[in-house]
Design a protein around this ligand. Sequence first.
Ligand code: GFB
Length: 430
Amino acid sequence: TRNFIFLTLIAVIVENSSGQFCSKDGECSEESSLLPRFILYDVNRPEGFNLRRDVYMRLAIFIREYAKTFHQDVHLVLPPWHSLYHWQSPEEEVGSQKLLFWDNFFDVPSMKAFAPVIKMHEFLEGAKKFEIDQVFTLQHYKNLLDSKDGLIDWKPRWERGSCNQPDSAWKYRKIKDDEFEVNMWGYKNITAKSVLCISFQGEASLLADLLEEFRPRIAVIDHAEVALHHNFGGVTYWKCRRSMRFNKQLIKLASDFREEYLNSNDGGGGGGGWRPPPPRKAIGGPYLAVHLRRKDFLVGRRDKVPTIEEAAKQIKKLLEKHTLSTVFVATDAPNLEFIELRNRLMDFSVLRYKPSKEVKLLHKDGGIAIIDQIICSHARYFIGSQDSTFSFRIQEEREILGFDPDSTFNSFCVNSETECEQPSRWKITY
Ligand code: GFB
């Protein structure tokens, strides 16, 4: 259905086209420079939801500054979420997980209060035609090492280069000199006038240079993850992060679960708007929350993921230390592993969020994962998985809610008897 709606919109847009854009070498007619500009982006295909959230922030912070500095009527277009690698539930259970829009997961008006972002379908309605002027495919420099002294050369820089991103071959197909078929976000009918591979090293703010040099009206930044955060962890970072409030239905489902099974509500901290800084006095509901990342982490990060037995030992220690009798488990583990964990913690109440059929169909894997994250965010104490961006986002949420950092920045160790590296404490700033 979404594809059908999209195709219909494209048809309308093409009909209205006037084709007034800037040229590749930066020549703009007066009329076109007054037109609104749109920046779309994409991220390396295998990346998960929570890394993608971080890439969004890099671009949202950039676009906000770029719009101010260059007095541009410029908009960041929110790309649809499309068949992510980790969304593995069968279609009969969750329906299609293709082309999902941001308001499935977030409160987009709140994000708009931070930066000039628009949803893809708003863009399609507003644009004159869906032909991209310029795709910039970012890639890392081949030679990061300075040849003279073997040091990493980290000065901000970018330049046109030969393409080395392996996915370029299927993403862009040259039809004519100034026409490429673009295979992005699951859409079929996108073309681009030009595709450039850009070796890029630096923060997202450096993208201003690139955009000012070429001045495309509709641009795509592909592999946007190559651009780094500008001022990571600073006031603006947190302002942006706070604006990324979740979809209200997901918050309600998480609240209902907390109320019904965990004796937890916002009296213990949480809720409220994203603008005023809450004092650090959230105490959280009377439960321990854990995020136990399994699946691909068992392969890629074997040295950092505890066995179920080792995880159970650490959970037991924490429950006893904090005189709690309930643990909420957020995990991507298959049910058998969860049952093993529960069996090893027989003296305690071990809960996991189990969505109804309707909730699954409506909110899909992405929404269920957010419900898990919200429930973890409101716990008295949280322990996550090393290196997991899913856990990092929970830690940020708890900073926003005003928890004591000691109750937040904790990770499982591979072995319950030895200490291991704990997460950096990226504390909120206002
Ligand atoms: O979000 P994500 O990037 O976190 O990817 P990581 C993991 C995905 O797995 C989530 C599912 O977005 C969910 O769809 N998932 C993981 C979970 N844990 C849970 C859970 O507790 N509950 C539910 N419902 N779903 C990243 C990779 O994983 O690791 C990146 O995606 C990169 O590409 C990075 O490799 C190091 O950070 O855990």
